[in-house]
Design a protein around this ligand. Structure first.
Ligand SMILES: [Zn+2]
Length: 172
C-alpha cells in the first residue's frame, strides 16, 4: 500500500500534487483575505459558494488519495481524510461521529478561524467554509455518495467567539 500524507513534489516540472491533484500552499493572510473578498462581494451568497468550492476541491483530491490507499473501511477513509487535513495545516478534525448518514465533527486549531481572528478579530458568524466543504467531500468519498447528496454547515466557530469549531454534515 502506498499512501502519502505529504504532497509529492515534481521538481523537474515545478509541480506539487496531493492525491494526483495540483496543490499550491498559501498562508493565512492570503486565505482569509481571499475569503473576505468573496464574502464582501457576494454577501449572503458567499457561504454556499465557498463550501461548494471547498467540497469540490477536497472531493477530487480525496478520491485520488483513496485510489492510492486501495484498502480499508469508510471509517478508515474518514480518518485518512482527517489526517490529510491536519497534515496540510488546516487543524485537527475529529470525524468519529461522522457516518453514512452524516453527523457532527469538531475542529481544533482551525487555520481559517485562527487566521481570521489574528487578521481582523471576531466575526459575527462562523467562517470555516473550506473546512465545512472538506468534511462534505470526505463523507461523499468515504461512502461513495453523489456529491449533491451531502451538505455541511459550521454551527460553532472560534472566529465567532465559540469555544471550538463544529460542523453538521447531512446526507439527503
Ligand atoms: Zn470555525
Amino acid at each position: 500500500m502506498s499512501f502519502h500524507l505529504a504532497p509529492q513534489a515534481d521538481l523537474e516540472r515545478g509541480i506539487t500534487t496531493l492525491g494526483g491533484r495540483r496543490l499550491v500552499f498559501h498562508c493565512h493572510h492570503y486565505n482569509v483575505f481571499l475569503q473576505r473578498t468573496i464574502e464582501d462581494a457576494l454577501q449572503e451568497r458567499a457561504p454556499r459558494l465557498l463550501v461548494a468550492a471547498g467540497m469540490e476541491a477536497s472531493r477530487s483530491m480525496l478520491q485520488g488519495r483513496e485510489g492510492e490507499a486501495q484498502s480499508g473501511s469508510a471509517a478508515d477513509a474518514l480518518r485518512r481524510a482527517a489526517d490529510t487535513f491536519a497534515a496540510q495545516g488546516f487543524g485537527r478534525v475529529d470525524v468519529r461521529q461522522l457516518g453514512e448518514g452524516g453527523g457532527r465533527a469538531t475542529l481544533d486549531h482551525s487555520h481559517y478561524a485562527v487566521g481570521w481572528v489574528s487578521r481582523w478579530g471576531k466575526r459575527a458568524a462562523p467562517g470555516c467554509f473550506f473546512a465545512a466543504g472538506f468534511l462534505a467531500g470526505a463523507v461523499a468519498v468515504a461512502y461513495r455518495l453523489a456529491p449533491e447528496r451531502v451538505t455541511s454547515r459550521e454551527i460553532e466557530c472560534v472566529a465567532a467567539g465559540d469555544e471550538r469549531c463544529s460542523f453538521r454534515v447531512e446526507v439527503w
